[in-house]
Design a binder for this molecule. Structure first.
Ligand SMILES: [Zn+2]
Length: 354
């Protein structure tokens, strides 16, 4: 049996889907809406999409990515349950939800242990390899769907599946950040940078962050960062050594890549941890191996998050740790949002409203 929202208007013949048709070319198409959800699935009406650098990579085009165009874009989003397939429990029509966009197998050892992002048989990342969230309706297996606690807007919840969860996973599962430690957050004005500043401050860490202009410096201070370095006017490595009395920081939160990576290592204290989830300034760099082992650094790669991290992120939002929103744009302005993200003008998250 399929439950359908009786408040919904008569089913439309078509629905909107924002699709990537070639590199840097998006088209808003009218496509057939999905059939009623199959057993084990729910149907979600999308309300908001959060933009990420993964969207920018996908939009620019990536030669090595296995995917077929046209592709519905949108890697993270929030919406409400529109219909429920047979055998699904725990959801009601109208419930606000987010979904995990990594199509994990659910049966391998990593999946069984709740380490979803280490799944051995991922069928693709939605919005990048396979059709994503930027469409009016989609059917998803209920196991990927997480309820949004009361009091959180679709706009804020849309930042949970990737932006907030990635930061939660980096800081607490991987870098094992502890209260009282000192952390350097690179590019503190970015969507994940702003989340990292707020999450680290929330547990009582000292936060040093870098930004690219003075207006962003003031905003980062207002978020609670203890020290803000404008990396265009000041060498951040020297500034961090000075701020920490030449000791260095416990943890560096990296996602910039070659432009900052070696400087970030120099900022670590002996035995410090560098966790990285991105490389927006390029792909490769060189590392001084003497420095790596003599200083006993730990370098940790991090990609995505687990379902648990999504629940933890939503719980943080429910307790008042809300995402920093840079701008909200309409679906038709998705590309304008991507261009803003690519040019690093943003401070916080860019949200696309449906
Ligand atoms: Zn798996």
């Amino acid at each position: 049996m399929t439950l359908v929202d009786e408040r919904a208007p008569v089913a439309a013949k078509t629905m909107r889907a924002l699709t990537l048709v070639s590199d840097r070319k998006l088209e808003l198409l009218d496509i057939a809406p999905p059939a009623a959800p199959a057993a084990g699935e729910v149907q979600i009406a999308i309300r908001a999409i959060g933009l990420n650098h993964l969207d920018v990579w996908g939009w620019r085009g990536m030669a090595f990515a296995k995917r077929k165009l046209p592709l519905v874009v949108g890697v993270e989003g929030a919406g409400e349950i529109r219909a429920i397939g047979a055998g699904v429990t725990g959801f009601r029509v109208g419930d606000p939800v987010v979904a995990y966009g990594g199509l994990t197998c659910g049966v391998c050892k990593a999946c069984r242990e709740g380490r979803d992002n280490l799944c051995e048989n991922v069928a693709g990342v939605m919005g990048f390899h396979v059709d994503g969230f930027a469409r009016d309706l989609l059917n998803m297996q209920a196991r990927f769907v997480v309820p949004i606690p009361a009091g959180i807007s679709f706009r804020d919840a849309a930042c949970a599946p990737i932006a907030f969860s990635t930061v939660q996973h980096m800081l607490f599962d991987n870098a094992k950040l502890e209260p009282g430690e000192t952390i350097l957050v690179q590019a503190g004005g970015s969507g994940i940078g702003t989340a990292a500043i707020k999450m680290a401050k929330a547990i009582g860490c000292t936060v040093i962050t870098t930004v690219g202009d003075d207006a962003k410096a003031a905003k980062a201070k207002a978020l609670g960062a203890d020290h803000v370095i404008n990396y265009r006017t000041d060498r951040f490595e020297g500034a961090v050594r000075k701020l920490t009395g030449k000791k260095g920081v416990d943890v560096v939160f990296e996602h910039v890549g070659p432009d900052t990576f070696n400087g970030s290592l120099l900022c670590l204290k002996r035995g410090g941890r560098l966790v990285t989830c991105g490389s927006t300034s390029g792909q490769s760099t060189t590392v001084n191996l003497f420095q790596l082992y003599l200083q006993q650094y730990r370098i940790i790669g991090s990609f995505g998050a687990s379902m648990r991290n999504i629940r933890e992120s939503l719980a943080k939002m429910a307790s008042g740790l809300s995402p920093v929103i840079d701008t909200e744009v309409a679906l038709a302005d998705f590309e304008r949002g991507l261009a803003r993200l690519e040019s690093r003008q943003d401070f916080g998250k860019i949200i696309v409203n449906f």
